[in-house]
Design a protein around this ligand. Structure first.
Ligand SMILES: [Zn+2]
Length: 111
């Protein structure tokens, strides 16, 4: 019996994921990632999808703010790129360390 963990596969219960593979599994709209133990697909759940959306909205507000408020094109560009990069890193960190994996619910994918 493997210990209860957010890195456990929701199909077979094996701890077949780690922070990196979980971060790469994507959200509910993705194809997910195949479990090493049972070969079925897992992805991050609804909370992850919502948190990702919120983080990207905040980043978009940051980008618009930089675009409107900063006179220097170079700095505006760097900060806008920084907002997007920070959002990307934050969503990956959230997926890597929070919330359990779920079964991929899309039925158009054969695993
Ligand atoms: Zn599995």
């Amino acid at each position: 019996m493997s210990k209860e963990s957010i890195y456990n596969c929701p199909h077979c219960g094996e701890k077949s994921f780690n922070p990196l593979t979980k971060a790469m599994a994507g959200g509910l709209n993705s194809k997910g990632r195949v479990c090493k133990a049972c070969g079925r697909r897992c992805c991050n759940g609804q909370v992850s999808t919502i948190v990702n959306a919120v983080i990207y909205v905040i980043a978009l507000v940051g980008v618009i703010y930089c675009y409107l408020m900063i006179d220097s094109n170079l700095w505006a560009f760097l900060l806008m790129a920084g907002c997007i990069a920070a959002a990307f890193v934050l969503t990956k960190l959230f997926d890597a360390f929070f919330m359990p994996l779920v079964r991929v619910i899309r039925n158009d994918i054969r695993s």
